[in-house]
Design a protein around this ligand. Structure first.
Ligand SMILES: NC(=O)c1ccc[n+]([C@@H]2O[C@H](COP(=O)([O-])OP(=O)(O)OC[C@H]3O[C@@H](n4cnc5c(N)ncnc54)[C@H](OP(=O)(O)O)[C@@H]3O)[C@@H](O)[C@H]2O)c1
Length: 311
């Protein structure tokens, strides 16, 4: 395992973070609670100490599962969750208001059965609450000890001037990035450098397409978000391009005797050297495959080939 330091946290974070969206048991097709619990424990065995979730994943279900399974190991792990996506009476909207932060944080702490959250992240900006007001509310909770680090998510360079005065208080940000989604690469580098914070990538496996297990006839049940064409990695020309990237990764995976998913992760680890790669995981086997990204290195030629394929 490799580790990075996120500002404000007492321990270094593993560069592989287990994503807790599937642990919400909602919107990802079949998920076995037993398998997810076993995956969390197996992650710890593999040296993963970083777990990401959000209050919206399964409407709190994911936070509950992570809190429950990791309770006996609380001091050894970094628990990250998010606020800001509010669901009420079937409607979803963004809310970064101080009142909402106060109540969302209290609810997350209760669900995770802990008295502090290592990394509390704003899931999406609501475009209404002044960033200074949101940050002052988060800093109040940090001073009171309920939060140890503050993180951002889904931000873009236009948000930088408002966050710049708080740079020393920010630990990291998570944005969409993978071999299948390099659209925001320049922005990610700019944000990381300007705020001196750690980039964390979500969708790192292209929601599963970069694991090599899906082919051109891929389809999903209606209870799986990927059945919607907005998950464009699985549709049309994007799918064809992704399958060509997979083909390239397959020969590298064969050479290093590792799973294809670990090649996709390795490419991010090497392309963004001070980053954390978040992968959603449903089973112990998946986290084990993903952790193999730390067992080999890509040559400059292989990285270049993947860069060309994914352009
Ligand atoms: N900040 C945000 O707005 C945001 C947004 C999205 C996600 N996230 C975070 O990032 C995490 C990961 O992103 P993501 O969930 O969108 O997608 P991802 O990590 O690209 O893909 C995850 C999916 O790939 C499959 N998979 C994972 N490892 C595998 C392996 N070794 N072999 C075969 N299949 C494997 C699993 O689904 P199947 O087995 O069903 O294929 C898994 O659910 C989330 O859990 C969440 O913590 C954050």
């Amino acid at each position: 395992m490799e580790f990075v330091q996120l500002k404000g946290l007492a321990q270094k974070a593993s560069r592989l973070c287990m994503g807790g969206c599937p642990a919400g048991e909602y919107g990802w097709g079949h998920v076995s609670r037993q398998e997810v619990e076993a995956a969390i424990l197996h992650a710890v065995d593999l040296g993963v100490n970083f777990f990401d979730t959000a209050d919206t994943y399964g409407l709190g279900r994911s936070e509950e599962t992570l809190g429950e399974v990791l309770r006996g190991r609380r001091e050894k792990v970094i628990l990250a969750t998010k606020f800001g996506v509010r669901m009420e009476q079937g409607r979803t909207f963004y809310d970064n208001s101080p009142t909402y932060i106060d109540s969302a944080l209290k609810a997350s702490l209760a669900r995770m059965r802990t008295d502090y959250i290592d990394l509390y992240q704003v899931h999406y900006l609501d475009g209404v609450t002044p960033i200074s007001q949101m940050m002052e509310t988060l800093l109040k909770h940090k001073r009171q000890g309920a939060i140890r680090g503050i993180g951002l998510s889904n931000i873009n360079p236009a948000d930088l001037p408002a966050f710049k005065p708080y740079a020393s208080e920010l630990a990291g940000f998570q944005n969409h990035y993978s071999l299948a989604h390099r659209n925001d690469e320049v922005s990610i580098l700019q944000i990381a450098e300007t705020l001196d914070i750690i980039p964390m990538t979500w969708g790192s496996l292209g929601q599963g397409i970069l694991t090599g297990k899906y082919g051109k006839n891929v389809s999903f049940e209606s209870d799986d978000r990927r059945s919607r064409p907005v998950y464009d990695n699985f549709y049309g020309e994007k799918l064809e391009k992704n399958l060509r990237i997979v083909e390239t990764m397959e020969s590298m995976a064969e050479k290093y005797k590792v799973p294809v998913s670990s090649v996709a992760i390795r490419w991010i680890l090497e392309t963004l050297p001070h980053s954390v790669v978040i992968t959603g995981v449903k089973s112990p086997g998946q986290i084990e495959d993903n952790a193999k990204a730390f067992s080999f290195a890509l040559s400059p030629e292989e990285r270049a080939e993947l860069n060309i394929r994914s352009r």
